[in-house]
Design a protein around this ligand. Structure first.
Ligand code: XUL
Ligand code: CO
Length: 437
């Protein structure tokens, strides 16, 4: 079997003093963090779409990325070869998982039947490679946005035939995910949103989306697929308004349509920032309500307003993410999927390794920092102290539901004025965090 990355060995852990660009400085799979192996806590995943299908094309220019193994055709032969490339890459990197959309791995055919046959051929090879290498499928999904039929959306399309086509496609994608032992199945809204409310029946579109997800869940159950369903928030792009805008909108949608028991969220950094939130906010909001399922690890650019899907290298960001993930005790069946692409100027195959090594090291470092912060209890102590007025007296009575407005009015009439506020100490806390970085 020819090697596609002949100059790259299996990436070793060499520790912080290493000068080897093809080594981990921080990510050491067996190292324990809060009683879990780093590999089991972080559950890194390589995404098929950016890493093996990205070409460097952008709205202003042609492909730039050099991928010697790829003949550029959308054929089954080329797709089969890419499977070898992908598993060599993921094995050498040492990531335990990968993720894909149906159309990333296999070409769309002239009919749904032909597409399914293509997918079956590739799935067979994916399964063989998974068995050979031990690499597992974190999640599968269906591409319901690239084909022109999905121009008005898929489950929210005004065209019922398109809804039916999308259903057929997701049925197959769930079956393939099940066959490959996928641990989750993702719904990212793609074109489920609108550009213009004058021509949109929002109520009907949202009802259709809910009906679609119920059908998906019914089918998953009927074939014995027990993987976690995940809904991925994103506020805009490609539509002006995506229905899965942010964690709050998604959770509301799921609860309003009786899907809260069967769907959690897959939260992506660049989507959080597009929605005007920090990633930490989105994670914490989802976590406190029991909806934090998995993450798409990437980052946007502070100066650009679109979904740049860059690899995460900011230690503040990864520390904040890990503070929330550790509070939850990890991601369960979820993982840390690099939904990120190398810049179109990073043209060589080896750049894919630099990108993933950097992302994995940034997360490992963030995890270690977050664990130290948690071990010292500095934030816990500060937060506990800040809310201590609710631990006894009137505060405890409020939390217990033992008082109402009348009792609280009497309390204030008797007291005259509220107790003085203490300092929020924001700058002190920010300095404290810096001490750990
Ligand atoms: C798009 C995006 C998707 C989903 C899977 O912005 O994040 O790749 O992660 O469909
Ligand atoms: Co994503």
């Amino acid at each position: 079997m020819p090697e596609f990355f002949p100059d790259v060995p299996k990436i070793p852990f060499e520790g912080p003093s290493s000068k080897n660009p093809l080594a981990f400085r921080q990510y050491n799979p067996d190292e324990q963090i809060e009683g879990q192996r780093m590999e089991d806590l972080l559950r890194f995943s390589v995404c098929y779409w950016h890493t093996f299908r990205g070409t460097g094309v952008d709205p202003f220019g042609a492909p730039t990325l050099i991928r010697p193994w790829d003949d550029g055709s959308d054929t089954v032969e080329n797709a089969l070869k890419r499977v070898d490339v992908a598993f060599e890459f993921i094995s050498k990197l040492g990531a335990p998982f990968y993720c894909f959309h149906d159309r990333d791995v296999a070409p769309e055919g002239a009919t749904h039947k032909a597409s399914n046959e293509n997918l079956d051929r590739i799935t067979e090879k994916l399964l063989e490679k998974q068995t050979q290498t031990g690499i597992k499928l974190l999640w599968g999904t269906a591409n319901l946005f690239s084909h022109p039929r999905y121009m008005h959306g898929a489950a929210t399309s005004c065209n019922a035939d398109v809804f039916a086509f999308a259903a057929a496609q997701v049925k197959k994608a769930i079956e393939v995910t099940h066959l490959l032992g996928g641990e989750n199945y993702v719904f990212w809204g793609g074109r489920e949103g609108y550009h213009n409310l004058y021509n949109t029946d929002m109520q009907r579109e949202l009802d259709h989306l809910a009906c679609f997800m119920h059908m998906a869940h019914d089918h998953a159950k009927s074939i014995g697929f027990t993987g976690q369903f995940l809904f991925e928030p994103k506020p805009k792009e490609p539509t002006k308004h995506q229905y899965d805008f942010d964690a709050a909108a998604c959770i509301n949608f799921l609860r309003a349509h009786g899907l809260e028991e069967v769907v959690k969220l897959n939260i992506e950094t660049n989507h959080a920032t597009l929605a005007g939130h920090s990633m930490m906010h989105e994670l914490e909001y989802a976590r406190i309500q029991g909806f934090l399922g998995s993450i798409d690890a990437n980052t946007g650019d502070l100066l650009l307003g679109w979904d740049t899907d860059q690899f995460p290298t900011d230690i503040y960001l990864t520390t904040q993410i890990m503070l929330v993930l550790l509070k939850q005790g990890g991601l369960g069946s979820g993982g840390t999927n690099f939904d990120a692409k190398v810049r179109r100027e990073s043209t060589e195959p080896v750049d894919l390794f630099h990108a993933h090594i950097g992302g994995m090291d940034a997360f490992a470092r963030g995890a270690k920092i977050a664990a130290r912060i948690r071990q010292d209890g500095v934030l816990d102590d500060l937060v506990k102290e800040r809310y201590s007025s609710y631990d006894s007296g009137i505060g405890a009575q409020i939390e217990e539901g033992a008082v109402g407005f009348a009792e609280l009015e009497q309390y204030i009439l008797d007291k005259g004025e509220a107790a003085p506020n203490s300092s929020g100490r924001q700058e002190y806390i920010e300095n404290l965090i810096n001490d750990y970085l």
